[in-house]
Structure formats: structure tokens, C-alpha cells
Design a protein around this ligand. Structure first.
Ligand code: PLP
Length: 394
């Protein structure tokens, strides 16, 4: 008798029933006109000068492995950009270019976490941090945040979760799925806590240039005593609409970036050269494209919020990134966010993700991405209102 392959899988592979997102994507595949507010993948095109740089790099023969930390001019340009936008000063050998920021999360986890070490993550928060920590057999400690503080992570919320095993603290600023920007005074308090408890901080600033109104990100690595204990994670996907190019980076002290480069090499060898040259054009070329995208998201954000206000649906104030995190429970429909998303998709052909993906303490919230033009968002809100009315009428 042959052992079924499912029985051969490593214990870390969680065999669950079909994942909710996969199920929703399958349903969406059979529907004619779905408005997709699910994935965090901008509908906007990569700016033409970046595409041209990629094409030129290909024509010039950038078809080989590169240095495992990334091509030198890109690392220099990233260091320059970090400093220009209010981050810490880094040398080129303190930058590691990774195939997307997400890959960087796994590099960090494998470099820093031993079995039993504790990593603190915000909840709700971007879930691959948890998956990366689990792969390293570390213990994930979730700090629950709520609507009453607009899902702001504070030092006081973190403090009771600290133990002698706490090693890494994750700050996602702005956060996904909540769109919350951690206020600078809170970043300072969190930094103080990290120093007191000798923690390493991962500061995910991938949405830091996409903030709205007066909200600005204070980069934690710039604070006294923090540079040597912070790994800043970012990338080109979000601010330059370059998700498919797969270029992210880690910035940190050399004694952490060098071993992380070895791990990156073992896992990926290097990032595709063509993508690195495109990212170089993004980092060194005109930056008005980023501001244009930010304004585009700002208009979309207003369109979503106007629709939700009309329906009387509560949401966290979207301060940065391109998501709105809204409370299905506030609609009093008597169903959870997962069921709501499925009905909205089947009956209204609007796709959004249930908040359960980003933290397991609630089935109340949904995340909407601002990845459609305003007119489509308005149409999505109208359809959503109709589905809400239909559910209420049952
Ligand atoms: N960090 C956050 C908070 C994200 O939301 C994402 C993607 O959605 C990433 C990092 C990873 O992005 P990428 O791997 O495309 O660089």
C-alpha cells in the first residue's frame, strides 16, 4: 500500500479545508463582472520610465544572477532614498534587496528566531509575519488592538505581553489591514520599550509614502539607540505599483544584514536583475508618480468612506496604505464577516476579504482594497448597499 501524499507532508503544513480566499477566487472566476477590492495589488500601471529601464536592462543582458544582496547601484539608491524620506543613514552594505518585502519577512524570521523565542505581532496585522515566525518554530505573541483606538498599537498594549523570551517586536506602519499610522509619540514610546527589554524591532514601512492628511510615519530606526536594533522592511511594490516585479528590501545594521544576505542567497540566490534595474529607475527617477498615486488612493479612500457612511457602517480611519477596514457587526445583519463576504460576492459581485485573515480575534471586520477607479468603487458601494438591504429584509 502506498502512503497518501497528504500523510507525507511535514507537520508544519496545516491541512485545512479550502482556504476562504481560494474559495472566493473560485466563485469570482465564474461571475461575469466582479469588482475586486480584495488583493492589495494596485490596478495602476508601473510608471513608463520604470518599465523602459527594465526593458533596456533586458536588452543589455541583465539576465544573470546578481550579487546576493542586490546590485550595488540599487543598494546605494535605496540607502539614498531612505535618508531622503526621513529614515536612518545606511551604507550600501546595510541594505539587502529581496524578492519582495514578503520574502524579507522569512529571511528575518530565520535569521533571528530560535524555537521558543517570542515574536510580538500586532493583531490585526499582516499575517505572513506570523507564518514566517511559525516556520522558524518561534512563538507568536499577538497584541490585540481594537476599534476604540483606531487599531493603534501602543507601548502600553505591548508591555503586558513581554516575557523573558520576547525577542522581536513587529511594527507595521502604516498597518495592513487597518490603515493605521502609528502616531510619532507612540513610536517613541515603543522604541523606549524595545530598548528597556532589549528587543529587535522589525519596522514594516512599505506603505510609509502612501499616507493621507496629516499622518506621517516616524521611522523608528532614526530614534536614539534604535538603529542597531531595527530592521526596516520596505519595497517597491506599493509606492510604485510594482507588485509583479518582486523587489523589496531590508535595511539594518551590517551585523544583521550580512547573515540575512547569506539566508537570502540560500533561498533565492538573488533578485531578478531586470527587476533590480527597474527598481533603480524607480528610486533614482522622478518621484511625482508616487505623489500622483497617493492622490489617486486618497480620492478612492473618500469614495469608499462616503459609501460606508451612507450605509452606517463603522470603519477605522484609513490613515495610510490602500485599505479600509470596516465593521460588519455595525450593520447588525446577524452574520459574520466571512459569510458577508461570500454573499456580497455571490449576490453583488463585489469581492473583499474577511478580517479573519489578518487576526483570529474577530470575525467582524472586512478589508477593502482601494485598487479600483473611483467610478467602480462607487458602483461597488451601491451594490453592497443593495446586498445589505436584501439581507436585512430576510
Ligand atoms: N508588508 C505589508 C504590510 C504588506 O501589506 C505587503 C503586501 O501586501 C508586504 C509587506 C509585501 O509586499 P511585497 O512582497 O510585494 O514587497
Amino acid at each position: 500500500m502506498t502512503t497518501p501524499n497528504t500523510a507525507r507532508l511535514a507537520k508544519r503544513v496545516k491541512l485545512s479545508e479550502e482556504h476562504l480566499i481560494t474559495r472566493m477566487l473560485n466563485i469570482a472566476g465564474d461571475l461575469p463582472d466582479v469588482i475586486k477590492l480584495g488583493r492589495g495589488d494596485p490596478d495602476l500601471d508601473t510608471p513608463p520610465h520604470i518599465i523602459e529601464a527594465g526593458q533596456k536592462a533586458l536588452a543589455d543582458g541583465a539576465t544573470h544572477y546578481t550579487h546576493p544582496a542586490g546590485i550595488q547601484p540599487l543598494r546605494e539608491a535605496i540607502a539614498g532614498q531612505i535618508a531622503e524620506f526621513g529614515g536612518a543613514d545606511y551604507a550600501a552594505d546595510e541594505i539587502l534587496v529581496t524578492p519582495g518585502g514578503q520574502h524579507g519577512m522569512f529571511v528575518i524570521a530565520l535569521a533571528l528566531l530560535d524555537p521558543g523565542d517570542e515574536i510580538i505581532v500586532p493583531c490585526p496585522g499582516y499575517n505572513p509575519y506570523q507564518q514566517a515566525a511559525e516556520l522558524a518554530d518561534a512563538t507568536v505573541v499577538k497584541v490585540p488592538m481594537g476599534m476604540e483606538t483606531n487599531f493603534t498599537l501602543t507601548a502600553e498594549m505591548i508591555r503586558p505581553h513581554l516575557t523573558e523570551k520576547s525577542k522581536v517586536l513587529t511594527l507595521i506602519n502604516p498597518n495592513n489591514p487597518t490603515g493605521t499610522v502609528t502616531p510619532p509619540e507612540e513610536v517613541r514610546k515603543i522604541a523606549q520599550l524595545a530598548i528597556e527589554h532589549d528587543l529587535i524591532v522589525i519596522s514594516d514601512e512599505i506603505y510609509a509614502r502612501l499616507t493621507f492628511g496629516n499622518h506621517k510615519v516616524l521611522s523608528v530606526a532614526t530614534l536614539p539607540g534604535m538603529r542597531e536594533r531595527t530592521i526596516t522592511l520596505s519595497g517597491f511594490s506599493k509606492a510604485y505599483a510594482m507588485t509583479g516585479w518582486r523587489v523589496g528590501y531590508l535595511a539594518g545594521p551590517k551585523d544583521l544584514i550580512t547573515p540575512m544576505t547569506e539566508i537570502n542567497h540560500a533561498f533565492a540566490i538573488s533578485v531578478a536583475g531586470v527587476s533590480q534595474y527597474a527598481a533603480l529607475a524607480a528610486a533614482t527617477g522622478p518621484q511625482d508618480c508616487v505623489d500622483e498615486m497617493r492622490q489617486t488612493y486618497d480620492a478612492r479612500r473618500r469614495a469608499i468612506c462616503a459609501g460606508l457612511d451612507r450605509m452606517g457602517m463603522r470603519y477605522a480611519e484609513p490613515q495610510g496604505g490602500f485599505y479600509v477596514y470596516a465593521d460588519v457587526a455595525s450593520l447588525n445583519l446577524g452574520i459574520g464577516a466571512g459569510a458577508f463576504c461570500e454573499r456580497l460576492l455571490a449576490e453583488g459581485q463585489v469581492m473583499m476579504y474577511p478580517g479573519t485573515i489578518y487576526g483570529d480575534h474577530t470575525d467582524d471586520f472586512v478589508r477593502m482594497s482601494m485598487t479600483q477607479p473611483v467610478a467602480r468603487i462607487e458602483e461597488a458601494m451601491t451594490r453592497m448597499e443593495a446586498v445589505v438591504k436584501a439581507i436585512r429584509a430576510e
